[in-house]
Design a protein around this ligand. Structure first.
Ligand SMILES: Nc1ncnc2c1ncn2[C@@H]1O[C@H](COP(=O)(O)OP(=O)(O)OP(=O)(O)O)[C@@H](O)[C@H]1O
Ligand SMILES: [Mg+2]
Length: 508
């Protein structure tokens, strides 16, 4: 077979393998491709059941389901049994001359006028362990290069094995994570309902622990953390797990309200208090009476409002803008910020006394890059959510896509991950989200907002450069080993390193 034809064949097979979550469907497709490109009569994938030492046909081209069901081999029995037992491929040029050929499936007619068949059978291995065999029949021809067919089939068998392993690993990992999340939630649900927060990492467990410690009290809670880490979810959780759950939960985004209106927004105003105040208005504090007020982005309020806020925190009392009467409220305060309040205090833009009042019980939300184990779980959660929302049957991520999600540093945290999965669901038109459905920022691993438009050449060059530097770091500047790590030759490695101006001696 010509090289180019072979490459096309492998490409089609790898696509077929990635297309379905269902291993059987993928394998049928692979056999279809083999049959149309190898002039192969019949293809079979057999799998060994290691417990019973029995070999059964997993999928077979042009065999009836009942035959597939019926036919079983013992380990070592027949050609397939031998291949699986020894782990060595077998090629039989003419099956009519082979006494070991059992033809259990009785699919091959004998007699005059029927063409002589050749049979190639190669093992499917996971590491050293043989898990099954792939075999094909092809019409015997003297000129037919069977050795080449055997080689080609061995490559296909490797691809299948890799796929089986990948599917299994992903399935197992997911199951473990799901179970763990369920168990954890179940555990907490007995006492508290931590709803809609996904994550099993130790850092998130600490967060759940903190929520459960503080929610039942009336203590002020300050939620800290980078943008997109889930601060609002935590605020919700604190309220809905408190005794105030049935009373109002009032949210105020302090950054979204113009400075001149925030005071009236929080404390309300009397009719005629200022131009535009055509009637009395209740403030958020009054509306939150008996419940919780969530002051989001508290770092962005001005100093004059800070003074009034401090008074509410200390005395639980305030006046409406333009009003004389002092109002008393029973409100629990939860605040959030992604700003460095300590620095703001030092710089004089945030009152120290207010800071101490707020910082009674801080909960720190860890950035996503510090809890990589949550990435897969969150990705799955969002995949399910958006697939449902968009009425799509998307079941999983391809292995390269998972690698990419795991490798990225997520400067925008969970919000960025959520957007990224939503986008990939929109782009995806099959059952699997592939790496090319993910945004370009993940492909190069550079920060989203600082990323200049890269050409393909530049992106490849930067990736190559990164890989070379990494390999040199890991091998302490040993070029031979570094080249090995990258599965390339020393000659190519040094050529590229030189091109990128990388000096080995820096890594020794
Ligand atoms: N642990 C999580 N599980 C599920 N969804 C999450 C989690 N963390 C964040 N999200 C989702 O990510 C998005 C951003 O979260 P959220 O609005 O709570 O972030 P934030 O910390 O308040 O960010 P900002 O500081 O920018 O306001 C939301 O859609 C939220 O539902
Ligand atoms: Mg927020």
């Amino acid at each position: 077979m010509q090289k180019i034809k072979q490459v096309t064949l492998f490409y089609e097979i790898s696509q077929a393998l990635n297309e379905h979550l269902d291993l059987k469907k993928s394998l049928y497709k692979v056999l279809d491709i083999l049959s149309s490109s190898m002039e192969m009569d019949r293809g079979t994938v057999s799998i060994l059941n290691p417990l019973r030492n029995e070999i059964s046909i997993e999928v077979a081209h042009s065999l009836s389901p009942s035959t597939i069901e019926r036919v079983k081999y013992k380990l070592g029995e027949g050609i397939t049994g031998r291949v699986i037992q020894t782990g060595k491929p077998v090629t039989i040029p003419k099956i009519s001359e082979e006494p070991d050929f059992l033809d259990r499936t009785a699919a091959r007619k004998k007699g005059k006028g029927i063409k002589e068949l050749s049979f190639i059978c190669v093992p499917i291995k996971r590491g050293k362990q043989v898990i099954g065999a792939l075999s094909v029949d092809c019409v015997y021809e003297k000129s037919n290069p069977l050795k080449e067919g055997q080689k080609l089939l061995s490559v296909v068998a490797t691809m299948i094995a890799q796929h089986v392993v990948n599917l299994e690993t992903i399935r197992r990992e997911k199951e473990q994570l799901r179970d763990e999340n369920k168990r954890l939630r179940g555990e907490l649900e007995n006492k508290y309902r931590i709803t809609n927060i996904v994550g099993n990492s130790n850092k998130m467990r600490e967060v759940y622990q903190m929520i459960s410690q503080v929610c039942k009290s009336n203590a002020t809670v300050l939620i800290r953390g980078e943008s997109g880490t889930g601060k609002e979810l935590v605020a919700n959780s604190v309220h809905y797990n408190s005794h105030r759950a049935k009373s109002p939960f009032v949210k105020v985004n302090c950054a979204a309200i113009p400075a001149n209106l925030i005071e009236s927004e929080l404390f309300g105003h009397e009719k005629g208090a200022f131009t535009g105040a055509i009637k009395q208005k209740l403030g958020k504090f009054e509306l939150a009476h008996k419940g919780t007020i969530f002051l989001d982005e508290i770092g962005s309020i001005g100093l004059d409002v800070q003074a009034n806020l401090l008074r509410v925190l200390q005395e639980k009392e305030f006046e409406r803008v333009g009003g004389q009467r002092t109002l008393k409220v029973d409100v629990r305060i939860v605040a959030a910020t992604n700003k460095n309040l300590e620095l703001a205090v030092e710089e004089g833009t945030f009152r120290g006394d207010l800071y101490y009042r707020l910082n009674v019980f801080p909960i720190y939300m860890p950035p996503l890059r510090e809890r990589k184990t949550d990435i897969l779980l969150l990705s799955d959660y969002f995949l399910e959510k958006y697939a449902k929302e968009n009425d799509k049957e998307i079941k999983r991520f391809s292995t390269p896509a998972i690698d990419m999600l795991m490798a990225y540093h997520w400067p925008g945290n969970v919000r960025e991950l959520e957007n990224c999965i939503e986008r990939s669901v929109l782009l995806c038109d099959g059952g699997v989200v592939h790496s090319y459905h993910l945004p370009p920022t993940l492909q190069t691993g550079t920060e989203s907002d600082t990323l200049p438009e890269l050409s393909m050449e530049d992106a490849v060059a930067s990736l190559e450069r990164e890989m070379i530097v990494d390999a040199l770091k890991n091998t302490r500047g040993n070029i031979t080993m570094a080249a090995q790590v990258l599965k390339t030759t020393v000659r190519k490695f040094s050529y590229k390193a030189k091109r990128y101006g990388i000096h080995y001696s820096h890594y020794r």
